[in-house]
Design a protein around this ligand. Structure first.
Ligand SMILES: NC(=O)c1ccc[n+]([C@@H]2O[C@H](COP(=O)([O-])OP(=O)(O)OC[C@H]3O[C@@H](n4cnc5c(N)ncnc54)[C@H](O)[C@@H]3O)[C@@H](O)[C@H]2O)c1
Length: 287
């Protein structure tokens, strides 16, 4: 949360310190990063997507939570609304182009536009395991959700953003894009595709006001990583040790990076990947 200090000179009774016979009142005003901005978060019903939706709303945005987990998405939206935020759920399967088109229409109809999109959904059962054991179904499921879903999301959002004169897209990849990621071949291949797609789109639309960036998280305590550890319990300790900070991240920590890239404060940033990984890429095994 950004705070700006305003100094107000006033006479009379009040808090502050005396200066030239007047009282100087110093107060802090919160400046919301996404005030009045409308966004869509795919996979926003839990984990990182939920944290992004909650933080974005706390920062003044109206958010459509787009997830296959309809009930959970509705719960999150209701909790945000009960706390005074603006959020709604829209059942969305990111593997279906028409669902992404519908969620963009929903944002425009409900909140008057679409300023930012976070492509975050992840899924694809059977995508963990040695490459030679990944069956075609698992491979396709990973590619469909993690890569094709991002393409569909961007393709649906970009025309609306072009018409409005700009927008911001944040795609969630993984720090694994930059290193070998054992047992996650299909997943990391999809994420590598998203990394490249992000750069291509950034180059294509920069001059027309749309910024496209990615966030590459390290391990985060979410259900996705729990599924991975359930299959490979022996990897938990080593995964934590991979991070220079010697811990996994909290989704709320990574959401900060997403929200910053989504907002106008990142106005000169496009085609970038913000690695938010507790130092997993710089980890030294000497320490
Ligand atoms: N958790 C980690 O350690 C980690 C590490 C690096 C990157 N990431 C990335 O962060 C992002 C969020 O991961 P997470 O850990 O919060 O995952 P998660 O499994 O906790 O949540 C994923 C969400 O996506 C939704 N989803 C699944 N399939 C969908 C579909 N077809 N259409 C719409 N929604 C669908 C799920 O219902 C769920 O709400 C993902 O892009 C993931 O690849 C996670």
């Amino acid at each position: 949360m950004v705070r700006e200090r305003f100094e107000v000179f006033a006479t009379g009774v009040g808090a502050g310190r005396a200066r030239g016979g007047r009282l100087r009142v110093v107060r802090e005003c919160r400046v919301s990063l996404l005030e009045g901005k409308v966004g869509v978060v795919t996979g926003g019903a839990q984990g990182l997507g939920e944290a992004v939706a909650r933080l974005a709303c706390a920062e003044g945005a109206a958010v459509v939570i787009a997830d296959v987990a309809e009930d959970r998405a509705a719960e999150v939206a209701a909790e945000i609304a009960a706390a005074g935020g603006r959020a709604r759920a829209c059942r969305t399967d990111v593997t279906r182009a028409e669902d992404l088109e519908a969620v963009v229409r929903d944002a425009v109809a409900s909140y008057g536009g679409l300023d930012w999109l976070c492509n975050n959904a992840v899924g694809g059962a059977g995508d963990f395991g040695p490459l030679h054991e990944i069956d075609e179904r698992g491979w396709t499921a990973s590619i469909d959700v993690c890569l094709k879903g991002v393409f569909y999301g961007m393709r649906a959002a970009i025309p609306v953003m072009l018409e409005a004169g700009g927008g911001s897209i944040v795609n969630v990849t993984t720090a694994g894009v930059f290193k070998g990621e054992a047992m996650l071949g299909a997943y990391v291949a999809a994420k590598g595709g998203v990394h490249s797609l992000t750069q291509a789109a950034a180059a294509e639309y920069a001059a027309r006001g749309i910024r496209v960036n990615s966030v590459a998280p390290g391990g985060m305590e979410t259900r996705a990583i729990q599924r991975y550890f359930a299959k490979f319990p022996e990897f938990r300790e080593a995964t934590v040790a991979q991070h220079a900070m010697r811990r996994l991240g909290r989704p709320e920590e990574v959401a900060e990076a997403v929200v910053w890239l989504a907002c106008d404060r990142a106005s000169f940033v496009t085609g970038s990947c913000l690695v938010c990984d507790g130092g997993s890429l710089v980890n030294s095994h000497l320490l």
